[in-house]
Design a binder for this molecule. Sequence first.
Ligand code: PLP
Length: 358
Amino acid sequence: MIPVTKPFLPSQEEYQRHLNAIWNRQWLTNNGPLVNELETRLKEYLDTSNVLFLANGTLALQIAVKVFDLKGEVITTPFSYVATTSAIVWENCRPVFVDIDAETFNIDPSKIEEAITEDTTAILATHVFGNACDIDAIKTIADKHNLHVIYDAAHCFGTKYKNKTVFEYGDVSTASFHATKLFHTIEGGAVFCQDNELADKMGLLRNFGHTSPVTFGSVGINAKNSEFHAAMGLCCLDHIDDILVTRKTQWQRYESLLRAEKRIQLLKITPGCEFNYAYFPIVLQDEAQLNKVTAALNLQYVQPRRYFYPSLNNLSYVKQQPCPVSESISERVICLPLYHSLRKEDQDMITRVIIKNL
Ligand SMILES: Cc1ncc(COP(=O)(O)O)c(C=O)c1O
């Protein structure tokens, strides 16, 4: 079976070393030494101002919305994983969908201003597939209308924009460290921000609002993560350069094998973005072709995935708003298998099957 993704796993010995230390200390969670070490090493590796390690990327989004006490309307992308929208709705805000760019698949900044009303409080955009949004254009609009900017950077470990990690942009950026991601902690996520006070506030939100064992500075939730998850993160960080280089090589192999095929649309990388090669989406001509290609791949025990379907503006629990570009891409896009141990021969076979079945 060739699934769309497989988690990277360090050797058991590497993980065991951390387990031995956990057993010795008997400190399993609540801001333990491995959580602290992971945050420090992430900060160094990514060169970011503040990072808080969290239980998952969905809570990271919820905390980002909560910390600004957002109300009213939040402008967002319809082309993302469902967590981007559900975090907005969960925090009692209304998602307002702005259609995407047909080539980068990210929110189209030229359509944002017409969606702004007096109820708009923020823009929450996803750097989808690890490809940065047009960050400068979004910042210009946000500054002009005094809006907060939150980036769902769930896919973005290793992505840079204008020579800086993409996590340094926006008022807050969120990441997912789920097992399917390039860098993972089994389950996990993070919020990043430049402002120290904001980081302190998010720290309170992460830990029930505790300012001491008996005092509470704000409402809070349990978004902490454990020593066991931090241990996996530390092991994966030891291999991250190799993971990123391998991913780039694999991505470029798919690209070289499919570039000449005009019936398939490939992702356009945003100008200024140093891509992390996290996903390899292909857009087919229509849904019938997508089904045909998928069935042919399944026959060879290959499982591509429909990332992202449906277009989020069509979710049952949001006010439906037309987003024709996102709807069209959503109906036609699949991501090809991409993971550290994927073999060249498998990539060659996958592309052969695709081309034969167009
Ligand atoms: C774009 C995006 N945002 C948010 C999430 C949620 O992250 P998590 O699964 O860590 O809660 C995901 C998960 O895959 C995602 O793809």
